[in-house]
Write a protein that binds this ligand. Structure first.
Ligand code: NAP
Length: 308
């Protein structure tokens, strides 16, 4: 896809800072679809930089984010969200007027607070979050179809220019994604429920299993297909990314966790009292939610890997 107004690529130079699962999947789309004339990758590790070039994810790579953004018209921050404030501070003075900075972070209020203060006059920041992913990480984990038919949520800054938001929306649409827009706090509340809390529960269940006595633990692994295996997929996600998510959506997650604990106690009480009707009604409601998600083409046969 090209820029409808000019017939050319959407951007001249796109810099991807953090070429992991999300960044490399974007890079593959940008290069395969000619969405930019040039892609520059930023990675701290020499091994990853070699991998990025070997996989053809970028035209050039560097470990210097400030140097990379000079003259770029689009910069995409794709590291774990805990690195955003420091990266924004490093690149801020080197960004050209008119440049669009965007991100892919799983939290949005914290990301705006971390990045926006470092954006100079004339640079447009468009916060974004693709609701797509897997438990894999690193530059070799990416694949071009990751964003196909998945949502990307944009949380534009109040009073910001419209055109940069539309350009970032066009970039994601060219990757096969669908766009929705909302304010940052609303995003953080929705994602706390759909993603952050489920990950916390999965991490906790798998952690409970790791504390079991050795003979029981080996049976848990052997017979893991009965539910536990699905939790281990989620709990196999990148520890840095998820540490940063919980530290950066703290209040919203704690509030939701309180409600979850109350609901769990209700389930516990029903089991103790032998209240089968209560359990049956709750499990019927949850089954309906699963059917709605499959109907919305966000699970089931449409999604080979369900990510964050
Ligand atoms: P990832 O595979 O671990 O990739 C992140 C990359 O960032 C790493 O390969 C790392 O490479 C690089 N990096 C880390 N710190 C850096 C720094 N200070 N400077 C430059 N590069 C740095 O992670 P991911 O899954 O792509 O997630 C990236 C972002 O996407 C996160 O903010 C996450 O919240 C968001 N997200 C993730 C998912 C998902 O399911 N995974 C879904 C939606 C959104 P080097 O070590 O080589 O620098």
């Amino acid at each position: 896809m090209t820029d409808a107004t000019t017939g050319g690529p959407l951007f001249d130079t796109v810099v991807i800072i953090g070429v992991g699962l999300i960044g490399s999947s974007l890079a593959l789309n940008i290069r395969e679809n000619g969405l930019a004339r040039r892609v520059v990758g930023v990675s701290r590790s020499a091994e990853n930089r070699a991998k990025i070039l070997e996989l053809g994810l970028a035209d050039s790579v560097t470990d210097d984010a400030a140097e990379a953004v000079v003259g770029a018209d689009c910069v995409l921050l794709c590291t774990a969200v805990g690195a955003y404030a420091s990266l924004a501070e490093q690149i801020g003075p080197h960004l050209s007027a008119g440049c669009i900075v965007s991100d892919v972070g799983s939290t949005k209020s914290s990301v705006i607070a971390d990045i926006q203060p470092h954006m100079p006059e004339g640079v447009h920041f468009v916060p974004a979050h693709p609701i797509a992913g897997t438990e894999q990480s690193g530059p070799a984990a990416g694949f071009a179809s990751l964003y196909k038919d998945r949502w990307v949520i944009l949380t534009p800054l109040p009073g910001g220019a419209r055109e940069p938001v539309e350009r970032i929306a066009a970039l994601w649409r060219a990757c096969g994604a669908m766009i929705d827009k909302m304010d940052a706090l609303h995003h953080d509340r929705v994602l706390a429920m759909t993603s952050h809390l489920p990950h916390l529960i999965a991490y906790t269940i798998v952690d409970t299993a790791t504390q079991l006595e050795d003979d029981l633990k080996s049976e848990v692994i052997k017979f893991s297909a009965s539910g536990f295996r699905d939790f281990t997929r989620i709990a196999g996600s990148d520890p840095t990314m998820w540490r940063d998510v919980f530290l950066n959506n703290r209040e919203v997650v704690l509030d939701l966790l309180q409600r979850f604990q109350e609901d769990l106690v209700n389930m516990q009480r029903a089991i103790r009292r032998g209240d089968g009707d209560f359990l049956f009604d709750r499990f019927t409601e949850t089954r309906d939610i699963r059917s709605s998600i499959v109907e919305a083409r966000q699970a089931g046969q449409f999604i080979p890997t369900e990510g964050e």
